[in-house]
Design a protein around this ligand. Structure first.
Ligand code: KG4
Ligand code: ZN
Length: 337
């Protein structure tokens, strides 16, 4: 089975072709960062319009690179949610129309299932069951994963997502959007012990997260540090340390609670080098193993949508001609494969 995957849930147009026998054949990404940077964040209407501009050229490029003609495809997968409704609709309408024109089945993929399954694209994929930490701009969730579509929510953020906290802190500190990579870059030159930031909700039982108090603590630190601009790296490093430490300890708690030893890290924040390193080291120390996507497939991309779509198409799933997208969509509503 050979599947064309299309991702347009936010500010990246991602297109890829995944083959269930030969693996990932081609992938392309157009990031809209340069377009949104002056606004300090994603402008939804601009995002939708840009997806429309990019889609046809990107599809042509991946088809050429994968040496694939329309009649060699078995299906088309697109992100059906969660995300920005307008942006989702551009990809969904395009993908569904193309599938109709080429007489192919189409399938709507859950964006976070795409992220969750991205580590399965790697040469050494994790076996089920495992615990997954999903950390993106809109979600922070711990899941028990027993198979594709068999997800049990163990805990989630009660306010900001981890990526959102990175983005908001970056904005407070005068750094550009998207904030995560900027904060991480500054953090590399800073002292993580310089500021004592809270580790929210670690003193309480359970697996939920909260990042809004940490954000306020960073704001206070900024305002109470007289030589603040010179301490930017230290603030970034101490903030990153607080997020990584909180995520690590909740992951260890989830592994203990489920009795599992495999941890999968996915979503945009899984690109964070320090988080990857700390989780890998701690998992090794307890005889477990951490798995994560290649850096290019941590943030939004078409490969994860082609892959997740292929799994669902293989299982016989497809959508009819009515195109629906969902801005909000709990992952636990997905059907097991
Ligand atoms: O998964 P993603 O590309 O989009 C969503 O589904 O939300 O995640 C984007 C998020 C942003 O909040 C961004 O700041 C964060 O991932 N991010 C990072 C890093 N790279 C991206 N956060 C921390 N460190 C990074 N290196
Ligand atoms: Zn994403």
């Amino acid at each position: 089975m050979r599947v064309l995957g299309i991702e347009t849930s936010c500010d990246e147009t991602g297109v890829a072709i995944y083959d269930t026998e030969h693996g990932l054949l081609a992938h392309r990404l157009h990031s809209q960062i340069a377009m949104h940077i002056d606004y300090g964040g994603v402008v939804p209407e601009l995002a939708s319009r840009d997806h429309i501009r990019r889609m046809v050229p990107l599809v042509r490029e991946v088809m050429a690179e994968a040496n694939t003609a329309a009649d060699q495809l078995t299906g088309i997968a697109y992100t059906a949610g969660p995300g920005l409704a307008g942006a989702l609709l551009t990809g969904a309408m395009f993908a569904r129309s193309l599938a109709y024109a080429w007489s192919l089945p189409a399938v709507g993929v859950h964006h976070m299932e795409g992220h969750l399954l991205a580590p399965l694209l790697e040469p050494k994929p994790p076996a089920f069951p495992f615990v997954a930490l999903l950390v993106s701009g809109g979600h922070t969730q711990l899941m028990r994963v027993d198979g594709i579509g068999r997800y049990e929510l163990l805990g989630e953020s009660i306010d900001d997502a981890a990526g959102e906290a990175f983005d908001k802190v970056a904005k407070m500190l005068g750094l550009d959007y998207p904030g995560g990579p900027q904060v991480a870059k500054w953090a590399q030159q800073g002292d993580a012990k310089a500021f004592k930031f809270p580790r929210p909700m670690l003193d309480r039982p359970g697996l939920d997260f909260s990042f809004s108090g940490l954000k306020t603590a960073v704001l206070t630190a900024r305002d109470q540090t007289p030589d603040y601009p010179n301490r930017l790296a230290d603030i970034c490093a101490s903030f990153e340390d607080a997020v990584v430490d909180t995520l690590l300890r909740k992951c260890l708690r989830a592994l203990q609670q489920t009795g599992l030893k495999r941890l999968v890290l996915a979503g945009g924040v899984s690109a964070n080098k320090r988080l990857r390193q700390v989780l890998a080291e701690r998992l090794q120390a307890i005889g477990g193993e951490a798995y994560y996507p290649a850096p290019a497939f941590c943030t939004d991309n078409g490969a994860m949508i082609a892959f997740a779509g292929a799994q669902r198409l293989v299982a016989g799933e497809s959508v009819d001609l009515v195109v629906t997208v969902r801005a909000r969509w709990p992952m636990t509503e997905l059907a097991a494969v």
